[in-house]
Ligand binder design. Structure first.
Ligand code: SAH
Length: 354
């Protein structure tokens, strides 16, 4: 039994079943035994691999996209360059390296990182030597008097979700309790949920809908800051418009595993419901765009060809595979989507349409 499993069972015995959101939150971010608190899970040797870890091209194109927004919005003198959930810091390092080629932008940027895990903050500090980032627990403490240029990759999928099962005009929440000494799923009593009132239109009894309260709160703060002070946010994640069905998944060592098995030792995530993400937003947003299309519009193929010139043998094969992995419809090109936030009256960032 993992140390966290003992803690979860004791809590359930004392207080009763916990929601999937509470379970996710403890499994990912328990200060001593949480998945992100204890390890660096990224890369081929870790549990899963993310776009910035696959190729530098991902961060380069995001850096250029943000630089273009900065120029388009009149090159403000002081801006916050923000990343939500930076993992190892690879994406931010690629952005910073790329924007050095854009006169004035790097000098205008202060780097701000939203990161809950002290372990990953240390990894980010290491990756970003030469820069002086400011770390935050939440977007609420970001500067409120500067434009925000923000990127987030696979951040929202890590936020805790509630899973609600339709029952008449109400919902029963999927809970985690104990069956004997084993963690198991159960259901709460039926209750209404205002945040899902609009889902009474398109669901029937027994349908499962996921709801991520933390994501909406972050988006609303971010949107309000962007509307007030300018900038943009580019959000990348897997998911779609309007969630339906159970998408909670646990990944360990590049394999799907049972989310209740060895809690704290697998990555838990859920598909992002982009419709819910932009609900009640205080700024403009782009169309939801497949990641592959966005990267192609920004010229990933030309960049891949330029980089390929100095590569040969296995390094070239790996580079070609990375390009395909990021963009191809049967790899990350379609299941991963991107959406941009920007102020009313501003142009959408390059690669996005309104
Ligand atoms: N963006 C990185 C890492 C994605 S994993 C990449 O693409 O490689 C999710 C990241 O979000 C991790 O850095 C994790 O520690 C962080 N995170 C998860 N939940 C968080 C929360 N509630 N607040 C701040 N950071 C969080």
């Amino acid at each position: 039994m993992t140390a966290l499993e003992t803690i979860l069972k004791a809590q359930i015995s004392a207080q009763g079943p916990m929601s999937v959101a509470q379970f996710m939150s403890l499994c990912l971010l328990h200060p001593k035994h949480g998945y992100y608190s204890t390890r660096d899970p990224f890369g081929t040797g870790g549990d899963f691999i993310t776009a910035p870890e696959i190729s530098q091209m991902f961060g380069e194109l995001i850096g250029l996209c943000l630089a273009h927004v900065w120029i388009d919005q009149g090159q403000p003198a002081k801006v916050a360059l923000v990343e939500l959930g930076p993992g190892r810091g690879t994406l931010m390092a690629d952005i910073l390296r790329t924007i050095r080629a854009v006169p004035g932008f790097a000098a205008a940027c202060d780097v701000h990182l939203i990161e809950a895990s002290p372990h990953l903050r240390a990894a980010q500090k290491n990756t970003l030597t030469g820069y002086i980032p400011t770390w935050h627990d939440s977007v609420a403490t970001l500067p409120d008097d500067q434009p925000i240029y923000c990127a987030a990759n696979e951040f929202f999928d890590a936020l805790p979700i509630r899973q609600m099962i339709r029952n008449g005009d109400g919902w029963r929440e999927r809970m985690i309790g104990l069956e004997g000494d084993t963690l198991s799923f159960g259901l709460s009593e039926v209750a209404p949920l205002d945040a899902l009132a609009h889902r009474l239109e398109d669901t029937k009894d027994g349908d499962l809908v996921e709801h991520c309260p933390a994501a909406s709160a972050i988006m609303q703060t971010l949107g309000a800051r962007i509307e007030a002070n300018g900038g943009a946010a580019l959000i990348f994640d897997y998911g779609d418009w309007r969630s339906l069905g159970d998408t909670l998944q646990a990944v360990r060592d590049h394999e799907m595993v049972d989310p209740l098995h060895r809690p704290g030792q697998s990555d838990l995530s859920a598909h992002v419901d982009f419709e819910a993400l932009i609900a009640d937003l205080h700024c403009h947003h782009s169309r939801l765009t497949p990641q592959g299309i966005f990267l192609e519009r920004l010229g990933i193929t030309q960049r891949a060809q330029a980089l390929a010139k100095s590569l040969s043998g296995p390094a070239l094969d790996q580079h070609i595979a990375a390009h395909k992995r990021l963009t191809h419809a049967d790899e990350m090109g379609t299941i991963f989507k991107t959406l941009a936030l920007f102020p009313e009256g501003a142009n959408p960032p390059a690669g996005y349409e309104t």
